[in-house]
Ligand binder design. Structure first.
Ligand code: ADP
Ligand code: ADP
Length: 229
């Protein structure tokens, strides 16, 4: 059961111009298994909010709770969160298998457990026949799948994605959108997805959070936010 509560969260970067807040009074209560999309123009505070949830940025004011537990001071590695970034740098000298296994090895998972987890993720993502390849020998979509695979092998209950499709061409973005939606259903995660693309928000979200200049403008279903049936 993983609810994520953002209780009146603020972020001010230490070097901020005019003491501006990058994120101001962000208040959101996310249900178990929801697919939430943060949408808004570049610089509105989407990534900052996501990074605070992951523990990669300190929270200036407000409380972050995961499963009811206060997380403000919990280290990223202890948060049980999977994350995929826009620049999903894969290790070029490693095979697909080793790229996906990397975080598990670091955390000293058993070899047989690693193999099972990577094999399962590869099956889900259609990468079974590519495990011995290096990233350079993959298509853009396959590389993106490896990045997703690397994130899902630990079975974390929370999945954060920061513009994961923005480096792909338009056609691939559409098909990967559907794959990510399926992945969310199949893994049963609570998912938060950041994008500046309204179409992505509309087609993927249970609820959309519209941001502008560090503030939440609106929270609602795609129909509520975009006024479509
Ligand atoms: P988005 O993800 O919506 O594009 P960001 O969260 O990256 O927006 O940025 C929100 C605001 O915080 C912007 O004004 C940006 O310039 C500022 N910002 C982001 N990262 C830093 C940082 N490390 N130091 C100072 N200001 C930052
Ligand atoms: P190490 O880094 O300890 O040398 P390896 O990267 O060689 O380990 O492999 C770790 C485990 O994952 C081994 O049990 C190996 O058989 C398995 N493995 C590595 N590559 C693949 C692959 N492409 N497909 C299936 N299993 C693999």
């Amino acid at each position: 059961m993983v609810k994520v509560d953002l209780d009146h969260i603020y972020k001010q970067y230490p070097n901020a111009e005019n003491d501006l807040y990058a994120v101001s009074d962000f208040d959101l209560h996310i249900d178990d298994h929801e697919f939430i999309v943060f949408v808004g123009p570049s610089g509105c505070g989407k990534s900052t909010t996501l990074r605070m949830i992951a523990g990669l940025e300190d929270i200036t004011k407000g409380d972050l709770k995961i499963g009811g537990k206060l997380m403000n001071d919990v280290a990223p590695k202890d948060r049980d969160i999977a994350m995929v970034f826009q620049n999903y740098a894969l290790y070029p000298h490693m095979t697909v298998f080793d790229n996906m296994a990397f975080g598990l090895k670091l955390r000293k998972y058993e070899k047989s457990d690693i193999k099972n987890r990577v094999d399962d993720a590869a099956k889900i993502l259609g990468l079974t026949d590519y495990l011995d390849r290096k990233p350079a020998a993959l298509s853009g979509g396959q590389r993106q799948r490896v990045a997703l695979g690397r994130a899902i092998v630990r079975d974390a209950p929370i999945f954060l994605m920061d513009e994961p499709l923005s480096n792909l061409d338009a056609k691939l973005r559409v098909s990967m959108r559907a794959e990510i939606a399926k992945l969310h259903q199949r893994l049963n995660t609570t998912t938060i997805y950041v994008t500046h693309d309204q179409t992505e928000a509309m087609t993927m979200a249970d609820r959309i959070v519209v941001m502008s200049m560090g503030e939440v403008q609106q929270i609602g279903t795609p129909a509520e936010v975009y006024d479509t049936p």
